[in-house]
Design a protein around this ligand. Structure first.
Ligand code: PEP
Length: 252
């Protein structure tokens, strides 16, 4: 039985002051989530990681939104995995469509980051998903398949199920235009099939696959009751602490 996972993604939002206020209010949520066998957390901007982690400790998962695959070096503006580990951060989003779109991140590059995170016993949340154009051309599955195959290159069967996959059709992110639960389930089930082909059913039954794209408190349940959707990656609705809390309460 896969545990449900609810992850927020703040993107480039919240000053340290705002982040601390949110964390203080959200602190008790982790216990409630765990009592209902749900894992819950937020991925936050680098500057917010230390103060938010200090408040939340192990109550909610606190993750980063990106990292560099190298341990150190002359890469101005980048953050390394040892820097995250030093803050006791063990989760990190990789390959969000905004990073692919605005910072030209490729699946090959994501693969290096995934391998580096796994090497460090951390949890990559690997995002995949097609553009509106690809969707309208009916090429969603072949596009996502390539992202998955490249992203998982050289990931061992032992490590594969430690990766969390987030299927996020780009046309549904921040647009209020959700993929229907049927579309989301169809693609998530397709992704599970690729993992089965690559690693066998033990891994494919274990790996968690999230849906992301305009998930709100009023629609979260319809996604999370699908067979192959194990949770949600939530942007906009994770910014307001009340709406973040409602994501959980509306699931119970
Ligand atoms: C996201 O940031 O990954 C996301 C899905 O955003 P939103 O929920 O706002 O569509």
């Amino acid at each position: 039985m896969r545990r449900k996972l609810l992850l927020g993604n703040w993107k480039m939002n919240k000053t340290v002051t705002e982040a601390k206020a949110f964390a203080t209010e959200a602190k008790t949520l982790g216990r409630e989530a765990r009592a209902n066998k749900i894992d819950m957390g937020i991925c936050v901007p680098y500057v917010d990681l230390a103060p938010v982690k200090k408040i939340l400790k192990n109550s909610l998962i606190v993750g980063a939104e990106n990292c560099n695959e190298l341990d150190h070096g002359a890469y101005t503006g980048e953050i390394s995995i040892p820097m995250l580990k030093d803050l006791n951060i063990s989760w990190c989003i990789i390959g969000h469509s905004e990073r692919r779109m605005y910072y030209a991140e490729t699946s090959e590059h994501c693969n290096k980051k995934i391998l580096a995170l796994l090497e460090n016993k951390m949890t990559p949340v690997y995002c995949c998903g097609e553009s509106l154009e690809t969707y309208e051309e009916g090429k969603t599955k072949e596009f996502v398949e390539e992202q998955i195959r490249v992203g998982f290159k050289n990931v061992s069967a032992e490590d594969a199920s430690k990766v969390v996959i987030a299927y996020e059709p780009i046309w549904s992110i921040g647009t209020g235009k959700n993929a229907s639960k049927e579309i989301a389930e169809d693609v998530c089930s397709f992704i599970r099939g690729i993992i089965k082909e690559l690693y066998g059913s033990k891994v494919s039954n274990k790996i968690r696959i999230l849906y992301g794209g305009s998930v709100k408190p009023n629609n979260i349940k319809e996604y999370l009751t699908q067979d192959d959707i194990d949770g949600a990656l939530v942007g906009g609705a994770s910014l307001d602490v009340n709406s973040y809390k409602e994501l959980l309460t509306n699931l119970l």
